[in-house]
Every structure is written in structure tokens, then in C-alpha cells.
Design a protein around this ligand. Structure first.
Ligand SMILES: [Zn+2]
Length: 215
């Protein structure tokens, strides 16, 4: 495997899977795609953490390959694998940076994806749920009137509602917000992942205040 993480023919989806990154003191730092986690693991900058027979284990790259072989023999427990020409490798769910000390920031990063997830992909005007491709970010107070790109001034809007509202305030367009936009206390993306079987293991490493991770 090289810098790109990439022997040929690996599953794109598995390589994009989320991996929780801890610092050397086991504090959650951020979430990275598996592709990045593999590079860190391969270079010895991180170890993979998982459970085996009810115990947590920390494994370097070679240890992780052996762990993979043991997992392949057993029932697949929410596991994902990438396949290289020579072998399959288990995608880790948690890695620990063996030298990294920094403590993470604790606010949810403002970006389009996190706004859509905060609003659960529902248009905040008509209340309907849409695929990402049909949603946009609406500035409640339009940018042209000094409205900022901040958690409290942006909402998810479907393309139709956004067009209808145009450069107006909601009341000028006779439109109403379903709820007031707020800054999320926790990263909605992380909360979402915690609900899935695959990422239940993250709960052991995330205290409430640490769910505001960059992802
Ligand atoms: Zn709408």
C-alpha cells in the first residue's frame, strides 16, 4: 500500500468509511475517512483499536493484518473490508495517534453538510425531506442585507422554496420557518453514526462534550 492508501481495486465505499481518531491520551480528535486512517496506520503514526473477546486491543499495522485474519474466520460483526490483490484488510473504526497530544476544539464546524444533517435533510420552509442534490442553503437574512453564514442564519431549503424566497426575508415572502436555526451542541453527523451498529464502539470514546468533532 502506498501514500494514496491504495492498492488497486479496493472498495471505494469501504475506503470512505468513517474512522474515529483519538489522540495519544485517548481523547477523540476528529473523524477521517478510512483511506486516511490506513495511511496513518501503515506509517506507524497510529494504532488501530478494536475489541476482541470482550477486551480492547491496540494494534499496529502488522497486528491489524493478523486481527483481520482472525475476524475473517468469525462472524462478520458490522465489519467492512477492503480487498487488495493479495488480501483483505479490515477497515478500522477507531485509531489512536501514538504521538499526537493536542486536545480537540469543541464546537461543531460550520459547513454545508453539517447544516443539512442538523436539519435532517428537511426543507425548513415546506417541511419535506429531499435528497442532498435537491437541497440548498438558505440565508434567512439574505447575504445582500448583511446576513451572515452562521449557524443561526442559515437553514436547509429545497430548491423550490429557496427560489421562491429569493433575496427576501421569510415574512416578506410569506414564508415561515419550521424552527429557529441554532448552533448544534453536538456534531449531528457523529450522533447519526452512533446509532448504527458499526459505530456503537465509538460511544466508549466519546463523552457528550466530545461529539462536536470535525468530520
Ligand atoms: Zn421546501
Amino acid at each position: 500500500m502506498d501514500e494514496s492508501g491504495a492498492a488497486g481495486g479496493l472498495g471505494e465505499q469501504a475506503l470512505s468509511a468513517s474512522v474515529l481518531v483519538l489522540n495519544r491520551h485517548y481523547a477523540a480528535v476528529r473523524i477521517v475517512p478510512a483511506r486516511r486512517a490506513f495511511v496513518l496506520l501503515y506509517r506507524g503514526r497510529a494504532e488501530a483499536i478494536d475489541q476482541e473477546e470482550g477486551q480492547y486491543v491496540s494494534l499496529d499495522f502488522d497486528g491489524w493484518l493478523r486481527f483481520t485474519d482472525r475476524q475473517l474466520a468469525g462472524p462478520p460483526d458490522h465489519q467492512l473490508f477492503v480487498r487488495t490483490p493479495r488480501r483483505s484488510i479490515l477497515v478500522p473504526r477507531v485509531i489512536r495517534l501514538v504521538r499526537y497530544e493536542k486536545v480537540p476544539r469543541n464546537d461543531v464546524k460550520y459547513n454545508r453538510r453539517n447544516v443539512l444533517v442538523r436539519d435532517d435533510h428537511h426543507c425548513q420552509y415546506c417541511g419535506r425531506r429531499f435528497p442532498v442534490s435537491r437541497l440548498s442553503i438558505d440565508h434567512v437574512v439574505p447575504k445582500s442585507r448583511g446576513g451572515g453564514s452562521t449557524w443561526t442564519n442559515v437553514v436547509t431549503a429545497c430548491n423550490d422554496c429557496n427560489t421562491r424566497k429569493g433575496g427576501r426575508l421569510p415574512q416578506e415572502a410569506s414564508m415561515r420557518l419550521i424552527r429557529e436555526p441554532r448552533a448544534p451542541r453536538r456534531n449531528p453527523f457523529v450522533d447519526h453514526q452512533l446509532d448504527s451498529g458499526r459505530y456503537r464502539i465509538w460511544r466508549d470514546f466519546l463523552r457528550d462534550g466530545e461529539r462536536a468533532l470535525d468530520a
